[in-house]
Design a protein around this ligand. Structure first.
Ligand code: AMP
Ligand code: MG
Length: 432
């Protein structure tokens, strides 16, 4: 690590770690992250959800030849009368994937199938449904358009031009594009390795009976799921006690092998002191109070690897302990950071749009709130999306995340929301 994280942060304008707006925190994190350098050649079937590391330049035109988009008759537009039907002599059939040997002369036509190469001189296809057959003549009605029902060479992808840009996450459409170019292998960024552990003496792992005063560790499972969805290799390090030696060992081990470390719990005011001291000793970590709810306390920085493996350590995201706060801070800060670290171009974000909030909402001034909601179509307002907050909004109520399909994002200036007012929503469905 050449640039110092803490130095870079303290030089940023209006940097107040004790009251950091959400957008500012996200921008600061992103400004300190560069995509990982490692790359890998993979077959396209292994490339699903991976991130393209180089531009793919099209080696061929797709389609490779002018061809028919419909079953019909191949004609020269110049042969067609505009004021009445045209009779053309039928000379044969052009099939897809087979060379058509005959020449279609003036006043002639050939039956042509979808995907068949347009014979020389042919520029237009007339769908068979509008034609009539009279002996060996085909009757074409007036009103045809030049080049209709044809597909032109290179109209999908052009030889020599970029077909896919680096940073693209490869979805089924991109696998198909690569195959249509005859490309069997691509270079992708290596997968991110992300280590995670939960902290807290009150935590109990599943599979053991719950003793009085303890809670089952759920954060490790939500975090595991969110990281798997992003395509990371997850290193689950279990529960670590609120004990400096145990925490130090866990952080060192994680930093030696992972690109990023995600912890939950232990960054709130009551607990931060010894963790602060420890993390400061092991690397460079800033402790923030973000002007948001849920998820106010958060730590961000780097932990040095402490080994000679040249890796320089791992980014640290110290998330709060409350289960909803974990998910909200993950989606608002960790997800965009990991996308950038994975090399993904920055347009891959949650869609956000206005919706009509059917209930009144309470809201604290000066912070961004991420309430959980469900989008629906209200019969009285069919032209717009309506949103209904899910029941209990406590930051420990994980059920609210399960019931929701969106975040209702309430800006810092907003004091309350009256029933029927417009709010911004961030859609989670399909993305998380
Ligand atoms: P903390 O941020 O450590 O003060 O934790 C805040 C709240 O979140 C406490 O009620 C914790 O019991 C709870 N909590 C912390 N970690 C977890 C976890 N891994 N799973 C479930 N609840 C947790
Ligand atoms: Mg704790």
């Amino acid at each position: 690590m050449t640039t110092s994280i803490l130095q870079a942060l303290s030089c940023a304008d209006d940097y107040d770690p004790n009251s950091l707006p959400v957008d500012r925190a996200r921008a600061l994190i992103l400004s300190l992250i560069e995509p990982v350098a490692g790359r890998q050649r993979v077959f396209i079937r292994q490339a699903l959800d991976r991130v393209l590391a180089d531009d793919v330049i099209s080696p061929i035109d797709v389609p490779a030849h002018d061809n028919s988009a419909m079953d019909g008759y191949a004609v020269r537009f110049a042969d067609l009368a505009t004021d009445g039907p045209t009779r053309l002599k039928l000379i044969g059939t052009a099939f897809a994937g087979r060379a058509f040997q005959q020449k279609v002369g003036a006043g002639e036509t050939a039956r042509i199938m979808t995907g068949a190469v347009l014979p020389d001189g042919i520029d237009t296809v007339v769908v068979q449904e509008v034609t009539a057959i009279e002996g060996d003549m085909v009757v074409i009605p007036p009103g045809q358009q030049r080049e209709q029902n044809t597909r032109r060479t290179g109209e999908d992808l052009t030889a020599g031009k970029p077909a896919l840009a680096s940073g693209k996450r490869l979805r089924p459409a991109e696998l198909g594009i690569l195959a249509s170019l005859g490309i069997a292998e691509v270079t992708v960024h290596r997968r991110l390795r992300v280590a995670l552990f939960s902290t807290g003496d009150e935590l109990c792992s599943i599979g053991t009976p719950l003793k009085p005063g303890k809670v089952y560790d759920s954060n490790r499972y939500t975090l595991w799921g969110m990281l798997e969805r992003l395509g990371c290799e997850v290193l689950d390090m279990g529960v670590v006690k609120d004990d400096p030696l145990a925490l130090e060992a866990a952080l060192r081990e994680a930093a030696a092998s992972a690109d990023a470390i995600i912890t939950s719990g232990g960054v709130s005011v009551g607990e931060a002191d010894f963790i602060k001291e420890l993390m400061t000793r092991l690397g460079e970590v800033a402790f923030w109070k973000i002007a948001m709810k849920p998820g106010r306390p958060m730590a961000f920085g780097r932990i040095n690897s402490g080994t000679n493996n040249n890796k320089g350590g791992a980014f640290l995201f110290g998330l709060p302990g409350n289960p909803v706060a974990v998910m909200v801070t993950f989606y608002q800060f960790v997800r965009p950071a990991l996308l950038k670290l994975a090399g993904i171009a920055p347009d891959d974000d949650f869609p956000s749009f206005p919706a009509r909030c059917v209930d009144a909402l309470k809201k604290g001034r000066g912070r961004t709130e991420f309430q959980r909601g469900v989008l629906f179509r209200h019969p009285a307002f069919p032209a717009e999306w309506s949103v209904r907050p899910v029941g209990a909004q406590g930051s420990g109520v994980l059920r609210s995340m399960s019931e929701a399909d969106c975040f209702i994002v309430l800006e810092p200036e907003r004091e309350k929301v009256g029933a029927g007012e417009t709010v911004m929503v961030q859609v989670m469905t399909g993305l998380v």
